[in-house]
Design a protein around this ligand. Structure first.
Ligand code: ATP
Length: 634
């Protein structure tokens, strides 16, 4: 039989190098990984056999078997699941299909360098974890429905071999040739306790095959090591936290602890069981454009799909786990699940349950903060996507703000609004610390008015879909400062008077002069009531696109849509600032030195742009003007 020698994908070779050479604190996880794969393989075949029963003809019950050969120093893990074709072997065991592979391997390498063995264990390297204990791995496999079997081998270096092989029945058998330092796994008790710890939740029996001497004869023995019933069908009181965690890790292909577990049975018009988890760490694909959800759908304990679009809405795509219903037909095809009314009802029930649980967990602010920091940006999508539950999601949202440390809810905000304050103010941007110091907020700061700092890209989108919260309008502090005058001054501000300001007619003249010299670069120049320390700032038109959104779209290459810089920007000038006062006096003086005024105006506009995190319109001109004005000051 011919054997082909092939190279691993570069990332796999790197990963293997780390797996082989790092010291794991807990090498037992190789068993969990291989059993988890075997169980998935059985689920896949069970599903395919629903439409093509011939795939399972002659096959017995699904089961996963373990066999130890102490003399040969091997462990075999075998299943009668879906099996693999030659191409499957190359794709599945020669490459890493997961998204973000490169960054995954980089993180793993970094963890390997720091020697943080526990951290490596959390990455979960699936099948490749075999090489933690084995110097040589063989895979015998045959795809259900095929007659040809295959033999795959590797010693964990850069290469693997594939050749044809006689494989008597569909399924996969993995033979691990243990390294000397892993001989402990030849002990049956070691295998048994490992299965109990990590794989008890697996719904398919995991059977240890062996022999024993009886009356001078050698007899075959079989011992089932796990409970072998679907975990979600067992009563909650009989399931330990560890079992929930291991089940989560298996279904989610994750390695962290769940932050929250929901296990319930819905009874009534539609019956279903949900066992769902909120991870504590961000899954890799959270911000991929497909925004796929990952809850596995079962019908009467038969795995149907992980891709049913309607099990959960996209804004809950961080959830993991399973839903099992007896109210869907077993032969439901994945296509039939599109817009399925039963599934819609299940979705409604699940969403209600999850949001309800989150509300309860939010009572513990510290714990909730860890959830919010990990998944808040995703959950907020629900504000504009789920019209029916917009307010529920909004109640769960938390924000940074100018006056409070930590996270603030809208209810907190409203409860401490200032006397005379009618609106909820927010500002959007990239960095809360920079936003806090924005000139646009000077007036708000002076009056002690709290402003919410919205720094997730998604904020730009949902915010416009919520006109009011508890009857208070939500207003951008970066456009209108309208309403600020009605708020009582903070004590130390109250004694400042209009006398400190430039006379209104002079300010008017300056605004006009600047408007003329700046031309198209701004929509309007107007005196400001919000500025206290800065001479100028840029604001967006009331109800118009925020400066931050404009920048986001520009960065995304959408400036061709007439959203060029300055599309609707207003330059506000501060009539109490010494510089503006001086310029106003000059402007009122009949345009004396108008060339210099124009240069100053341009410099002030560029300065306002820089404060917004943008480059000056023309850096060369900016430098020339700056030098010329500095020279004049000497
Ligand atoms: N026993 C098996 N039977 C059939 N296919 C298998 C078996 N073991 C592995 N595979 C295939 O190989 C793929 C890669 O397995 P691997 O364990 O490396 O990753 P995974 O299970 O997809 O994800 P994770 O890294 O979370 O474990 C699987 O997705 C599956 O398609």
């Amino acid at each position: 039989m011919t054997e082909e020698r092939l190279s691993f994908q570069a990332e796999v070779a790197k990963l293997l190098d780390i797996v082989v050479h790092s010291l794991y604190s807990d090498r037992r996880i190789f068993l969990r990984e291989l059993i988890s794969n075997a169980s998935d393989a059985c689920d896949k075949l069970r599903y395919e056999a629903l439409t093509d029963p011939s795939l399972r003809e002659g096959a017995g019950e699904f089961r996963i078997t373990l066999r130890v050969d102490a003399d040969a120093k091997t462990i075999e893990i075998a299943d009668n699941g879906i099996g693999m074709t030659r191409d499957d072997l190359i794709d599945n065991l020669g490459t890493i299909a997961r998204s973000g592979t490169e960054s995954f391997v980089k993180q793993l390498q970094a963890a390997g360098k720091t020697g943080d063995a526990n951290q490596i264990g959390q990455f979960g390297v699936g099948f490749y974890s075999s090489f933690m204990v084995a110097g040589h791995v063989e895979v015998y496999t045959r795809r259900a429905g095929d007659t040809q079997g295959w033999h795959w081998t590797s010693d964990g270096g850069g290469e693997f071999t594939i050749g044809e092989a006689e494989v008597s029945a569909p399924g996969t058998r993995i033979v691990l040739h243990l390294r000397d330092d892993a001989a402990e796994f030849l002990e049956p008790w070691r295998l048994k306790s490992t299965i109990k710890t990590y794989s008890d939740h697996i719904a398919i029996p995991v059977v240890l095959l062996g022999t024993e001497e009886q009356d001078g004869e050698t007899k075959d023995t079989e011992e089932t090591l796990n409970e072998a019933s679907a975990l979600w069908t067992r009563p909650r009181s009989e399931i330990t936290d560890e079992q929930y965690t291991e089940f989560y890790r298996h279904t989610a292909h994750a390695f962290d602890e769940p932050w929250h577990t929901v296990h319930f049975k819905a009874e009534g018009a539609i019956e279903y069981t949900g066992l769902l988890f909120i991870p504590s760490q961000k899954p890799f694909d959270l911000f991929q454009p497909e925004r796929k959800t990952h809850v596995k759908l079962y019908v009467n304990r038969v795995f149907i799909t992980e891709e049913a679009p309607d099990v959960l809405p996209s804004y809950l795509r961080f959830m993991r786990g399973i839903v099992d219903s007896s109210d869907l037909p077993l032969n439901v095809s994945r296509e039939m699940l599109q817009h399925n009314p039963v599934l819609r009802k299940i979705q409604n029930g699940l969403v209600k349950r999850i949001l309800g649980d989150l509300k309860k967990r939010a009572e513990n602010a510290d714990e909730y903060a860890t959830f919010w920091e990990t998944f808040g940006a995703v959950l907020k999508e629900g504000v504009y996507e789920d019209q029916d539950r917009r307010m529920d999601v909004l109640e769960l949202a938390r924000f940074r703000s100018t006056t409070a440390d930590g996270w603030v809810s809208l209810a907190d905000y409203v409860a401490r609004m200032k006397t005379g304050q009618e609106a909820i103010y927010y500002i959007t941007g990239d960095d809360p610390e920079v936003l806090k110091r924005s000139p646009q907020l000077e007036g708000f700061r002076a009056k002690g008015v709290e402003v919410l700092l919205l720094t997730d890209p998604v904020d730009e989108f949902w915010i416009n879909s919520v006109p009011t919260y508890q009857d208070k309008p939500l207003k951008s502090a970066a456009s209108s400062a309208e309403g600020l005058d009605a708020v009582a001054d903070a004590e130390d501000e109250a004694d400042k008077t209009d006398e400190e300001k430039a006379p209104a007619d002079q300010v008017e003249a300056l605004a006009k002069a600047l408007q003329e010299s700046l031309g198209e670069s701004v929509k309007e120049v107007r005196p400001s009531s919000r500025l206290k320390e800065s001479p100028v700032c840029l604001v967006a038109e009331d109800g118009g696109m925020s400066l931050h959104l404009e920048r986001m779209l520009k960065n995304a290459g959408q400036s061709g849509m007439g959203l060029g810089p300055g599309a609707a920007r207003i330059l506000e000038i501060n009539p109490s600032h010494p510089l503006i006062k001086g310029m106003a006096a000059k402007a009122a003086n009949g345009g004396a030195g108008s060339g210099m005024l124009a240069d100053m105006g341009q410099l002030l506009l560029d300065q306002a742009r820089i404060v917004e995190g943008e480059p000056p319109a023309d850096p060369v001109e900016f430098a020339r003007r700056m030098s010329s004005i500095m020279a004049g000051a000497l």
